[in-house]
Design a protein around this ligand. Structure first.
Ligand code: GRF
Length: 187
């Protein structure tokens, strides 16, 4: 059976993208990176793994609908079945949500529904919670609100700094996201 194609969307560093590329056989082919930030280091990572990349700037389009129409075209051209957001800093609009209904997944660095939105690690750290974690979920029209697929808890220790907590969270993300990807693409 031939493997299905998936795309990753990212805006920044791309450590999750790299973890996915390094994870070995995920029962799918990562054939496209979509990036909305021409300065993002994830672009060099995609070059390293020879993953074709489409880079765009939202300000070059009149609306979210306009750029998302282009993204849907790119996804269809590449025969993409699933989309994995990995630090993509834009809210997914109706154009993409309708074209890939139930097929867009996100990873978020907190135990949702706690601490949605930006700087979730900092939010949890400053709230002095004893436990935080990582969530993988389906994307819906809200911000980090879709049905949860998998969660992993992380203890916040007395001596944790924001940096040490970030490190622990990213470490868990890098294990969890490839695992969920492998499971979900079989559905
Ligand atoms: C990760 O913490 C992810 O959970 C969040 O954005 C961050 C992306 O990091 N959505 P990276 O670009 O994969 O290093």
């Amino acid at each position: 059976m031939s493997k299905i194609n998936v795309a990753v969307f990212a805006s920044g560093t791309g450590s999750n993208f790299e973890a996915i590329m390094e994870a070995g056989d995920l029962s799918c082919n990562i054939v496209l990176l979509i990036c909305d930030n021409p300065g993002a280091t994830v672009i060099q990572k995609a070059e390293k793994y020879q993953v074709p990349t489409f880079v765009f700037r939202s300000k070059d389009y009149v609306s979210k609908e306009e750029y998302e129409k282009v993204l849907v075209e790119k996804l269809k051209e590449a025969n993409i079945s699933w989309v994995f957001l990995a630090g993509y800093m834009r809210i997914i609009g109706p154009t993409l949500l309708e074209a890939y209904e139930g097929k867009i997944i996100n990873i978020h660095p907190s135990l949702l529904p706690d601490f949605p939105g930006k700087d979730a690690i900092g939010q949890a750290y400053h709230a002095r919670v004893k436990t935080t974690g990582v969530t993988v979920h389906y994307v819906d029209a809200g911000i980090d609100t879709g049905p949860i697929i998998a969660q992993e808890e992380i203890e916040v220790k007395e001596n944790d700094t924001l940096e040490s907590l970030e490190e622990k969270i990213h470490h868990v993300e890098h294990q969890l996201y490839p695992r969920v990807m492998k499971d979900i693409v079989k559905k």
